[in-house]
Design a protein around this ligand. Structure first.
Ligand code: PTJ
Length: 270
């Protein structure tokens, strides 16, 4: 319905439509109120990046997909924002790489867990872990509600995709020996810096690219996939992301920024 209110010519149409998906998600009981604020932070970094997938993100997507395909027990962790923005893509990626899907919330409520699981099932998921009693195991050293995980999911996973995550859990998962892949528009967030592989991109652009990449890399040998990981350096990728922002701001700061607005002619009677 909102689509009709935003004219196709609106210069910020795409961004407004994404925002509206979160508002819809909030109304459906998927997204936490804090999730709307988190999205605003992401939007700001997307602006700085240029709202396009950059080469450093493509590099991380390839490495992330290679890690997921090499995994013995991959799990995709889903929170409210992820469910509202990319439910269909989560289900599709899980099918291609043969991963489990687990709901894991920072602001955990039973209602939201259930609503997200239902929403994922409406989008084709056959099984969703981490709901109710299933979230009976705990991640050591973690005190937020995110410590609760499924003993058939994140607890036993070797590789976990945790998009739009908070830093504490990423660190805790790393300490448990898991490989952590994240998608985060902020290259300076603790999650971005603690993960093994950080895709600095908007999740709405990154997930379809991950699905495509997974379909391509599925045909590769394990040896070739391992080589991708051996040649991957997350520190370098984060540095590239920051340098990209730096150069972009430098070039913008030397260009004309004010918009030329054609003003209507005033008549003498005004
Ligand atoms: O649903 P819940 O209860 O698990 O809560 C989810 C949120 C996102 C509210 C919770 O995990 C949270 O508070 O996260 P943070 O600490 O705000 O971190 C979210 C990160 O995701 C920030 O670094 C944002 O820049 C980034 N981000 C936000 N929107 C996007 C994004 N990254 C990629 N794509 C986005 N669309």
């Amino acid at each position: 319905m909102f689509k009709l209110l935003i004219p196709p010519s609106h210069p910020r149409r795409e961004s407004l439509l994404i925002r509206e998906r979160l508002v819809e998600g909030f109304k459906r009981g998927l997204v936490a109120l804090e999730g709307l604020i988190a999205h605003g932070r992401g939007e700001c970094f997307d602006y700085l990046i240029g709202e396009k997938t950059q080469p450093f993100a493509l590099k991380a997507i390839e490495a992330g997909v290679a890690a997921l395909l090499l995994a013995e027990y991959p799990v995709i962790s889903v929170n409210g924002n992820v469910a509202a923005l990319v439910a269909k893509e989560v289900v599709e990626l899980a099918k291609v790489i043969d991963a489990k899907i687990e709901v894991n919330l920072f602001y955990r409520t039973r209602e939201r867990e259930k609503a997200i699981a239902e929403w994922l099932k409406e989008h084709g998921a056959e099984e969703v872990l981490g709901v109710g009693e299933d979230a009976s195991a705990t991640i050591p050293e973690l005190f937020s509600e995110r410590r609760r995980v499924s003993p058939r999911g994140i607890l036993v996973a070797d590789v976990v995709l945790v998009p739009l995550e908070d830093g504490d859990r990423t660190e805790a998962l790393r300490k448990m020996g898991k490989t952590v892949i994240t998608i985060d528009l902020n290259p300076l967030s603790r999650t971005a810096r603690a993960a093994n592989i950080t895709i600095v991109d908007n999740i709405v652009r990154a997930m379809p690219l991950m699905i495509k990449k997974a379909e391509e890399l599925k045909g590769w040998s394990r040896e070739r996939l391992r080589r991708v990981l051996e040649n991957y350096d997350n520190n370098e990728v984060l540095q590239e992301a920051l340098k990209h922002i730096l150069h972009r701001l430098e070039s913008l700061s030397n260009s004309k920024l004010v918009l030329e607005i054609e003003e209507a002619c005033r008549t003498s009677s005004e």
